[in-house]
Ligand binder design. Sequence first.
Ligand SMILES: [Fe+2]
Ligand SMILES: [Fe+2]
Length: 236
Amino acid sequence: MQTQTENQTGTHWLAALDGEARGLVAAVDVHPDAGRLFGGTIDTEGYIHYLIQTYHYARWSTPILGEAGERLKRLGRHPELAELLVQKAGEERGHERWLLSDLANLGCPRERVEEAAHRPAVDAYVGWNFFTSRSGVPTAVLGTAYVLEYLSQTRAGVAAERLQAAASIPNIHKSVTFLRSHGALDGDHVAEMARILGRLTDSEDQAAILFSARATRSLYPCIFREGGPNRLTPEG
Ligand SMILES: [Fe+2]
Ligand SMILES: [Fe+2]
């Protein structure tokens, strides 16, 4: 049962979480290469760079979310959020295979993907989220999930359509599975998270979730290529 005050608190803190998500969308919109991706005008190497870097963080989504959920259960805290984390771990399972398939259809074999250098933001993202999952405040991972799924809901499906319409990347129609699938799924996922997180009144967990949302908002734009098509960084 929630009091009037708790309801107001829930609304207020969710508005702050939405603010982080909108901030991430705004940040990618002004980043040159991210803007080109979501506008459908990115070149082949830039798109391959994006998919490779995404692979190197998305491959850890299931263990990060799942371990956070299991630890929260063991701690006996927030059973509904523990269930949500475990459910989301299941939802993310295998998404890295969409990336490998999209990359293979672009002529980029798995060995090249595995050997590619990671952007520092990718390592920071993976390290931070494993830290909160395994030994920080485990609910924090939901802040990361929220802003990334919000970005997906607003930009991923449109990006897939625009990339296909532009058709400037060879074989692009077989290489947008990751973007297209997330655009289709993540609208419902964001709505579900907002509904469940709106009931969270614990201020320590709210702060941890907001902190991870902010960290991901800051890191994510830096997974993209710097400087655009004229300053390629070799991927190996
Ligand atoms: Fe995913
Ligand atoms: Fe999702």
